[in-house]
Every structure is written in C-alpha cells, then in structure tokens.
Design a protein around this ligand. Structure first.
Ligand code: ZN
Length: 202
C-alpha cells in the first residue's frame, strides 16, 4: 500500500505558513513504515527540534483505479478515518530552501498517525467537521467544506499519475492551526465529535 499526502489544501493553512494557494494539488508520499496505529505513543525523533502536528481527514481506497473520471470518483473511497501528518518543520524549511524533496521531514517512521476507519456513508462528505486537541484544548478545527481540492477532485487528479490500489490512504491536507508538540503532550483527534485517536508524545 502507499500513503499519498496533499499539502496546502486549506487556504488559511497555506497562508499561515506564508505559502501561496496552489493551482494544482501538491502531492508527496510516505512509506507504509510511517504508519502509527492503535493509539501507540509517538517517540520524539532526535533529528528535529520543531515537530508539528497536522490533523487530516484520511480516505481509504476501496477500489483499484487509474484515470478515474469525475462521475465515478466517489465510489473509490468507501472508508474514512482521521490522522496526523507529523512534520519536522525545521527540517522541512531547510529542505525547501535547498529545493530538495521533503521525505526526511515528512515520511519518517511513525509520522502518519492513523485512526480506525468508518464507512464514508455515515458522513456528508462535502461537510465533515474534524478537530485536534492538545492537552484538552482544541488547536485545530476544520471542515472539509473548506477544501481547495475536493475528495473527488483528488481521486481524479492522483489517479492520472498513480494507480489507486485497495488499501491506499490519502491524507487530504490540514486546516489552519498547526503547531509544535513537546514530550508529554497528548493529542486527540475527533471526527464529527467522535474521538478517533489519541497520541501521547514520549
Ligand atoms: Zn499535511
């Protein structure tokens, strides 16, 4: 399986990091070894001093497809979850300045926290509320109604380049409010009010 991530897919998040709003989806990937499942703790890595959380709605691909057409896009992601795209922001800034790929800052071990999945049919996919709390305080509060590139658009766009395979995950981008974590912090993610994961930083 592969993990496909979308950067800068919420306007306010793009501007909080002084990035332009993209004209087409910004895509990067993480390897399967990036996954952190079952509410396991996250161990703060030694190569960063500015680790950031980014809460994101995650689509699970439930049908194989290439060059998916818009009218069929909705049938390719049957399940939805919530995750964190952990980012070594200091390292990412250095890599961006040098024009180098982001993998070391984004695709490291356990950088992709993931919850269990639910059927997409439980939700109104055009408007799904999600939140992240840090030590009990809400730090990110998003709604998929604010996506620059919708789920269906992403399915079509991604599948022009990469075959979608059952089990693939798409991290659909983070809303505004990203910020640092410290050892001892506890992060919790909520989808329409339901607690989906908890992640303690160790
Ligand atoms: Zn992200």
């Amino acid at each position: 399986m592969k993990i496909i991530c979308i950067g800068r897919n919420y306007r306010e998040h793009a501007s909080e990091l002084n990035n332009p709003v993209p004209e087409s989806p910004l895509i990067f990937m993480k390897p399967p070894s990036a996954l952190l499942i079952n509410n396991r703790p996250f161990y703060y890595p030694d190569f960063t001093r500015d680790l950031h959380y980014e809460v994101e709605v995650v689509l699970k691909i439930t049908k194989n497809g290439r060059h998916v057409q818009p009218e069929f896009a909705g049938s390719y992601y049957g399940e939805i979850g919530l995750g964190i795209d952990f980012t070594a922001r200091d390292l990412q800034s250095q890599l961006k300045a040098k024009g180098q790929p982001w993998e070391k800052a984004k695709a490291f071990d356990h950088s992709a926290v993931i919850s269990d999945f639910r059927s997409i049919d439980q939700y109104d996919r055009e408007s799904i509320k999600f939140q992240l709390s840090k030590n009990g305080e809400v730090v990110q509060d998003g709604n998929t109604a604010d996506l620059i590139f919708t789920f269906d658009y992403l399915i079509c766009y991604i599948s022009r380049y990469f075959k979608l395979q059952m089990g693939d995950l798409i991290y659909t981008g983070t809303p505004a409010g990203v910020g640092p974590v410290a050892i001892g912090d506890v992060l919790k993610g909520y989808l329409e009010g339901e607690e989906m994961f908890t992640c303690e930083i160790k």
